[in-house]
Design a protein around this ligand. Sequence first.
Ligand code: ADP
Length: 858
Amino acid sequence: MALINFRQQSFRKKLILALFIAALLAFAAASAAFMLFEHLSLESRARQVMEPYAQLVSVGAEAAVAFEDSGRSQEILDTLRANPQILEAQINLRDGRMLARYSIRSNTALPQPLPTANGIYLDRNTAVLVQSMQDNAYLYLAMNLDELNRQTRNTLRVFAIGVVVLLATVALGLLAALQKSIVGPISTLAETVEQVHSHADYSQRVLTSGTDEVARLGQSFNAMMDTIQEHEDDLRRLMLFQRTILDNVAYGIISTAPDGTVTSFNRAAERLLGYTADEVIGKQTPALWHDTEEVAQYALHLSEELGETIAPGFAVFSARPRRNLPEEKEWSFIRKDGARVPVLLSVTALRTESGLITGFVGLTYDLTERKQAEDELRRHKDQLEETVQQRTADLLLARDAAEAANKAKSLFLAHMSHELRTPLNGILGYAQILQRDELVGERKAAALNVIRQSGEYLQALIDDILDLSRIETGKLDFVLSNISLAKFLRGVTDIVGLRARQKGLEFSCEPAPDLPVGIRCDERRLRQVLLNLLTNAVKFTDSGQVVLRVGRVGASRFFFAVEDTGIGIDRNELELIFQPFEQVGDLQRRLGGTGLGLAISRQLVRYLGGDIVVESRAGKGSIFRFEVEAASSSTPVLLNPVQVITGYYGPRRKVLIVDDVASNRAVLIDLLTPLGFDIVEAFNGIEALELAQSTRPDLILMDIVMPKMDGEEATHLLRQLPALAQVPIIALSASALTADETKCLEAGANAFLPKPVDQDELLAQMAALMQLEWITMPRTELTPNQGKLAEMLILPPAAEMQELYRLALTGNMRDILQYAERIAGIDPSYQAFAMHLRQLANGYQSKAILAFAEAHLP
Ligand code: ADP
C-alpha cells in the first residue's frame, strides 16, 4: 500500500523522500560509527585518567607493600580523594589479603572475585584498573565513568547536530540541483505531455538546453511533436476533404461496423431518409429503414445463389461483400415520415491490409427522379413510336407516290427516247448505208454526211436530256469501253468542224504525238462534254479559231483543252457559268442555249475523275480545260475505217432480224444483204421463236421493245431450246435504260448494242460471234496513201497549186469548192483532182486539204 502510494507520488516528492532516507541513513551510520569509536576509545581514555594515579600509588606504596604497612598504604590511597572520579582503590597482597582500601561510597564497585591479571575491566558506569605491584601485590582502581560518558554524550550531541546540519545542507543543495537539472525539465515535459494529451494541442514544445539525457529527452519530445503535428495537419486536411465529400456528395453514404451498427451517416443520407445522423448512429441497420419483406425475399434469393443460409438481417447486405462479390441492388427505403423512396444501394466491405473486415460502406442513390425520367422517357418513346409509325406510314405513302412518279418519269423518258431514237435509227442507218455506196454522187455524199452528222447531233441531244434527268435523280451510270482515240476525235471534230466552218471559223484538232491508240473511258460522256465545250466555243466566237488540244498528263490521265478566240467571259462570271440555267453575256447569244451544258459537263467530268477549269479574258477568248482518268488501251475494237467491207469468206450465213419497226429491219437488211447474208425477218418475240426453230439462223439480231413478246423474254426462251442454245444473239435497243443491257445479257444475249446502231460496231460484233473474216476493199476516196492517190491524179499547173495552198491556209471551204469547179472547167483531165478536192471540202477536211496542197507544192 505504502509502495503504491509511493509510486503514485510525484517525482519531486519521491526525490525528497529518497534524499531524506539517504540523509537519515547517513546520519545513522555516522552516529553508529561515532558510538563505536567512543566505545572503543573509552578504555584508553579511562586508562589515560587512571594510569597516572595507579603509577603514583604503586610508587608511593612500594615500601608500605613491602612492609605490609596498611596505614601507609591507606594514607597513600586516601590521596586519591583529590579526584572524585576515583570511586574505589584497594591494594591486595600476594595472598589476597587486603592491605588498604579507599572508597567514596559504601558498596564496592570492584568485581568479585578480583581479577589477578593486569588490565582494564569496563562495566556500565565503572572502569576497574588492575595493576600488579611488587611482591605480587595488586592495586585495584575503580573509576566512575559518568564524567567520561557525559563528555561522550556532549561530543555526540555536537557531532549529531553537525552531521544533521551538514546532511540537511547537502540534501537541500542536492535537491535544488536535481530539481533544476532533472525534476524541473521532467515535470515541465510531463505537464506539456498532459497539456498535449488533454487539449490535443500538438503545437506545445519544451525549452531545452544542454546535451544531457534530459535535454535529449526534451529534444526528442519536440521532434516527436513536430512529426505528430505534421501527421496531425495531414490528417486534419484529409478529414476536411473527407467531410466535405461526405457532406456534399449526392450519394447517401452510410458506414457500419462489421455487425451492422451505423457508425456514420452523411447529409445526403439524412436528406434521403429523413433521420439525423445522431438518431441513427449506434443503431442497427437494416431495422431502421429497410422493408423487412424485401430483406426476407433477398435473403432467400441470396441463400439460393450462395448455397448457404443467409439470415434476413444485416447479413443480407454483407454476404456478397464478405465474399468479395459486388453487392448492388435497387431497394425501396422507408423514410422516417413513412414515405417510400426507390434507391440504388451498393455495399462494399472495408478491409485492413491483412484483409480483416473492419466495417461496411453503403452508397445509396435516390432513384425517384430517374424512375420518373424513365417513365417520362417510356411515355415519350411510346408516343414517339406512335408518331414514327404514323410518319413512316405517311412516308411510305409519299415514297410510293414518289417512286411511282419517278417510275412514270423514267418510263416516260425511256419511252420518249425510244420514240425519238427509232426514226433516228432509220435516218442514221440509211445515211451510213448510202455513204458506203461509192456510186453516190459527191454532192449527195456531202448531203448524206450532213444528214448523218445532224442525226448524230440529235442523238447526242437526246442523250443530254436523259443525262440531265439522271443527274437530277442521281442515277447517272457509266459504261467503260475501249475507245479508238483517232476515230473518236474524228467523230467529234467532224460535227464541230462543220459548224465552225459555217461560221467562217478556223477549226483544228491537235492531238499530242504521244497519245495511245485507244483509251478506256465512257465514250458517250466524253463525247458529250467535248461536244458541249466545242459547240460553246464555236457559238461564242465570231472570228478567229477554235482549237481542240488533247494530251497526256500521266500514264492514265489525259487532258482536253478547247481554246477559242471568242468573246470571252467576265472574270466575275467565271464560276457562275457552271451553275445550272446560268447564262452570261449578251442576250442575243443566250438564245438557242439552255444554260445546262456546262453544269452537266462539269458533273460528268467529275464522274470521269477530273474537273473543268476555265481561263478567259473578255474580248480575247477562253480556254476550257479538263482532265480525265482513263487507262490506255492498245487494241482498237473497231474496224479500220479506211477499209470498206464488201463480203466475207466462207459459206453463206443466215441472220434472223427481229424488230417490230419495219424501217429498223429495212436498215439492217440493206446493210447485211449486200455483204452476202441470208436474212429472215420476225416482227416480235413469238415469231422469232418459231422462225429460229424452222430456219436455224447463224445469228439473231434481237430488238428488245416489241409487242406480244419482247426481246428479253424471247432470248430467254431461245436459250431453253437445246438446238438454239448456242446461236449468237445480239440485242439491239433504243431504250434509254442501261439496266436493259444487264437484263439482256442475263437473259442470254451475247452482246448488246444501243440504237441508233453504229454499223462498224455491229459488223465487228457479228464477225467476232460468227468467226467471220471480212473481205474488204480500200475506201478509195478517203485513202490516206497520198502517194498512191497522187499517181492517179493529174495535177493542175504550179500556179494553181500555189493558189490551192493559199486557199487551204485560209480554210474557207466555199472558196475551195469554187476553186475545184474552176480547175475542172480548165481541162477534163483535172476531173479526178477536182473531185478529190470537192470530197475533201464537202467533208470539211481542212487539214487534209492543206496537207494535200502542201505535199504537191511545186
Ligand atoms: P448554254 O446552253 O447557254 O451554252 P452552257 O452551260 O453550256 O449553256 O454555258 C453557260 C454560259 O457560259 C453560256 O451561256 C455563256 O454565257 C458562257 N460560255 C460558255 N462557253 C463559253 C465560251 N467558250 N466563250 C464565252 N462564253 C461561254
